[in-house]
Design a protein around this ligand. Structure first.
Ligand SMILES: Nc1nc2c(ncn2[C@@H]2O[C@H](COP(=O)(O)OP(=O)(O)OP(=O)(O)O)[C@@H](O)[C@H]2O)c(=O)[nH]1
Ligand SMILES: [Mg+2]
Length: 162
């Protein structure tokens, strides 16, 4: 593994905010998506870059639709850290629980982004309670500041573990 580069992969259910998060971190990020009923949906991947504490972070976003499991498997290969994006305005669904368990079992450094905290119906405390023990950050992926700060803090924990 190149010690100066970190590969972080973003997982989460359909429309949790994975692509928005990567766009907030890197305005020049690239997205392979398709039109859907309420905007776009990722059908391949997102890719963005950031420099954090002198290290190059490569961020890969995965598709949230369950049928793209094979894409998630390919993108996951060799990841140094994983982010699970959760839409706190609608709580935890079965697929999010499944992803959480899968990522916990993999042993890769993991953080949970409690997203959409700008919405009045958001309830990050409930999600945190359900994912007892998870490293969590409250963000709005539409906001560069909260997204960047959460990513920096997560990258800091990966460095300590390495
Ligand atoms: N209010 C609010 N809306 C958000 C936030 N993050 C994402 N959204 C909106 O939620 C919708 C889905 O966001 P995406 O970033 O496309 O979600 P995704 O997880 O990449 O979705 P898939 O690729 O389809 O799995 C879009 O309309 C976003 O603008 C947020 O923090 N706050
Ligand atoms: Mg997406």
């Amino acid at each position: 593994m190149d010690p100066s580069r970190l590969k972080i992969v973003v997982f989460g259910s359909f429309h949790a905010g994975k692509s928005t998060f990567i766009q907030a971190i890197d305005h020049g990020s690239r997205h392979v998506d398709a039109e859907c009923a309420d905007g776009t949906t990722t059908i391949a991947l997102d890719f963005g870059k950031a420099e954090i504490d002198g290290r190059l972070v490569h961020l890969y976003g995965t598709p949230g639709q369950e049928r793209f499991e094979f894409v998630r498997q390919i993108i996951s290969n060799g990841m140094d850290g994983a982010i699970l994006m959760v839409d706190c305005s609608c709580g935890i669904d079965e697929f999010t629980r499944h992803l959480y368990q899968q990522l916990m079992d993999s042993g890769v450094p993991l953080s949970v982004m409690l997203n959409k905290c700008d919405l009045t119906g958001a309830c990050p405390a409930l999600v945190r309670q359900e994912l007892d023990g998870a490293v969590t950050y409250e963000i709005s992926a539409r906001d560069h500041g909260s997204s960047r700060e959460a990513l920096e803090r997560f990258v800091g924990t990966i460095e300590k573990n390495r």
